[in-house]
Design a protein around this ligand. Structure first.
Ligand code: ADP
Ligand code: ZN
Length: 724
């Protein structure tokens, strides 16, 4: 084990292991078959890569995708670890060179697809070489109960027969018991050691909101992640194209990804994202498998995912480097309907239907998101408040108790008036006072409960119904696809005033800083971080590598936190091993010294790993932002400032809004035409400024959201209430 830790330090620059890595590595060293289940970002690759470097002979890694192999081999090589892959994209000569290297013992890790591994020629070649062990990555692909079934994986069963005494290790992030059993059985693992990690992704912040103004909500998330990489998932191709076009129009760099694009375009767009030529990829769920990019800082679901399993996997692509990242889910009741329709076509069956109901409950509920997710995967969450989801951060507000009771009573009595014969959607329509034809036809516009909640948003009413189901005041009855609402016994109790329902207030959400966010930026000099990031981009460009392979975000932050003034100090940074030190050490040192000198910032800061007790450092506002503030205060326009600070227009607009808040500016003159401003003021008096969409509509749609946002930010700073 000591040799192993030394190798981890030497090649990867890590001083410690992540949970279960030690156990998983022991199993490899002891040549005991094993199954390792760790969530995305849990550090599975190290579990077999580090032992491979310490054991005699060649380790064979089975991987389902060429892109995935290539990234891993690139990452290993950039750390000075001898690895190679063989795949169909390589020329005959290249493949022969790899074979020679293997024969000469120059390679410790060989990546292969299952198809290639199982060819008689490869098997024969490996028998002569005598592999040290087999590692099966993404091993859930072997199960047709999982979501990425790959029939080629089935052939791997013969490995245990053909290579007697050679251990086989399976790695996956998919935890359902059924898939787990399949992996053990179908790989014929012998008495395997099984390690299952916690499914709590502590560095992820979860937020769920009903979709009201899609682009506005997406823009809000993006604004919190200045210039960082993110994924926006949509249900349909058309949505991908829409969202992507709107982002581009707003000056955000984004590219689409869906099955309607040619293979070449898809590959090019994915590549541009990985190499950080573009910040955001807007995609259907077709995107993601095989994306190892570790510094995805946010994942937005612009529509509800298909199941909690899908959600865990898709949202899990955020923050694989262990640094804070945000997962934001925007849903609308229509999303679930859309999935149901698709399922009906695919004859999805009972299981698919139940999975959909699970995610629907998750979206509309009012409890800790982390707890719900973990419980779904059969693990329990200890602790009262996770501090990193909208429910626990207090961003979700409840309707006052007395009012909740009245609302719930209105809803339940409407269910009774409808003779418990209609579903949730229809009931919500009646309560909202809809005059849809089917309601008129049924005479339900004559019910005393028709329009009883017409002052509320129809979607909110729909959510309250879900919440009342969750709290068992209502239940669904009847056949799967035609379920109707029934009032339960405790529901009747509630009608008599003897219960306390908890209903969510559809609040305007202001994103607070989560615990994870505060900690991982603690002590980091953002200006230096930006310079290091530029250096990384340039190096990546020169070497044709993805930036996160050159250095992870975590490593750059640690450099910008410790600001080492010596070469050995640089070597002490987490994530800088021997090879990286040799290759980049001097350059990093120069950047640090130069920056600290220029900005009069101290070097060699003792602080190592950030702790939870300290608060965010004073350097949390980046250089660019501060410069932008200065120019705004001088009355400069957005375009000019964007150009001067080298930021996208959208980012700069975000800076402006923040600047208006921070400095209490109430005069929008430099950015909004006075006449337009007056018109906006007039509209605010009518419809308020809680939400921009009604305002936009009240102005006949001819004032853009950017101007509205700026005007509203200024109006908020007026001494008297602007809406009087
Ligand atoms: P997985 O395959 O389980 O999703 P990865 O193997 O891609 O996870 O690792 C996730 C991230 O964690 C990578 O950026 C990796 O470099 C980092 N990592 C792995 N092991 C350690 C460790 N012991 N200390 C710090 N970071 C680690
Ligand atoms: Zn929580």
């Amino acid at each position: 084990m000591e040799t192993l830790l030394a190798a981890v330090k030497k090649y990867w620059g890590y001083d410690t292991l992540l949970p279960l890595q030690a156990e998983a590595m022991q199993a490899v060293l002891h040549q005991r078959d094993s199954l390792v289940v760790l969530p995305t970002g849990g550090g599975k690759s190290l579990c077999f890569q580090a032992p491979a470097l310490c054991m005699p002979g060649l380790a064979v890694v089975v991987s389902p995708l060429i892109a995935l192999m290539k990234d891993q081999v690139d990452a290993l090589s950039s750390n000075g670890a001898p690895a190679a892959c063989v795949n169909s994209m390589m020329s005959h000569d290249e493949r022969r060179r790899v074979a020679d290297d293997v024969r000469m013992g120059r390679i410790k890790l060989l990546y292969l697809s299952p198809e290639r591994l199982m060819t008689p020629k490869t098997l024969e070649f490996l028998r002569q070489t005598g592999p040290s062990f087999f590692a099966i990555d993404e091993a859930h692909c072997i199960s047709d109960w999982g979501h990425d079934f790959r029939p080629e994986y089935r052939a791997l069963k013969v490995l245990k027969e053909q290579f007697a005494g050679v251990a086989v290790h399976a790695y996956t992030a998919t935890a359902t018991p059924r898939v787990r059993d399949d992996m053990v059985k179908l790989l014929a693992l012998e008495n395997p050691e099984v390690h299952v990690g916690s499914f709590d992704r502590q560095n992820l912040v979860y937020r769920i909101a009903r979709r009201t103004d899609r682009m506005q909500q997406i823009a809000d998330v993006i604004a919190r992640h200045n210039d960082e990489s993110g994924i926006v998932y949509c249900i349909r191709r058309a949505d991908v194209d829409d969202v992507c076009a709107s982002l581009k129009a707003a000056g955000v760099s984004a590219l689409p990804y869906h099955a309607g694009l040619s293979d070449d375009d898809r590959r090019a767009n994915q590549d541009a994202f990985i190499r950080e030529h573009v910040k955001i990829i807007v995609a259907t769920v077709a995107f993601g498998m095989g994306i190892d990019k570790s510094n995805v800082r946010f994942v937005i679901h612009a529509g509800a995912p298909k199941s909690l399993e899908h959600y865990q996997q898709e949202s899990g692509r955020a923050g694989r480097d262990g640094l804070e990242a945000e997962c934001c889910l925007l849903y609308s009741p229509g999303d679930f309907m859309a999935w149901r329709k698709l399922q009906a076509k695919e004859s999805g069956g009972e299981a698919a239907h139940r999975m959909l109901a699970g995610i629907e409950r998750f979206c509309t509920s009012a409890v800790c998101r982390r707890r719900s997710l973990m419980e779904h995967f059969g693990q329990s969450y200890e602790g009262e408040n996770c501090g990193a989801c909208d429910a626990c951060l207090g961003e979700v507000e409840y309707v006052e108790e007395a009012e909740s009771l009245v609302l719930a009573q209105k809803i339940l009595s409407c269910v009774l008036r409808l003779r418990e014969s209609y579903g949730a959607g229809y009931t919500a329509l009646v309560l909202a006072g809809s005059r849809e034809q089917r309601i008129l036809d049924a005479g339900h516009d004559q019910l005393s409960t028709h329009g009883l909640l017409s002052e509320h948003d129809r979607g909110d009413v729909r959510n309250w119904i879900e919440q009342l189901i969750e709290q068992e005041f209502l239940k669904r009855a009847g056949e799967d696809r035609y379920q109707v609402l029934n009032v339960t016994t405790s529901g009747r109790e509630l009608l008599r005033g003897g219960a306390n329902p908890r209903l969510l207030k559809p609040a305007e959400r202001s994103a607070k800083r989560s615990k994870a966010d505060t900690i991982s930026w603690e002590g980091v000099d953002r200006g230096l971080f930006e310079e290091l990031r530029a250096f990384r981009r340039q190096q990546a460009e020169e070497q044709g590598l993805p930036p996160f392979v050159v250095f992870s975000d975590a490593t750059l932050r640690d450099v910008a936190r410790r600001r080492p003034a010596t070469l050995s100090g640089v070597g002490g940074v987490r994530g800088i091993g021997e090879q990286k030190l040799q290759q980049y050490g001097e350059a990093l040192l120069q950047i640090v010294l130069d920056y600290c000198h220029r900005n009069d910032v101290t070097t060699d800061v003792e602080s190592t790993a950030p702790t939870e007790t300290t608060t965010i450092a004073a350097t949390s506002v980046s250089d660019a932002k501060l410069r932008a503030y200065e120019m705004f205060l001088e009355g400069k326009g957005v375009e000019e400032v964007a150009e001067k600070v080298g930021r996208a227009l959208s980012t700069t607009r975000g800076y402006l809004a923040d600047c208006i808040d921070a400095h209490g500016i109430s005069d929008a003159d430099p950015w909004v035409e006075p006449a337009t401003f007056q018109r906006i003021r007039g509209a605010v008096a009518e419809v308020g400024m809680e939400r921009l969409k009604p305002l936009h509509e009240a102005l006949g749609g001819d004032v853009g959201y950017d101007e509205l946002r700026i005007a509203v930010a200024c109006l908020r700073n007026l001494p008297t209430a602007a809406s009087d």
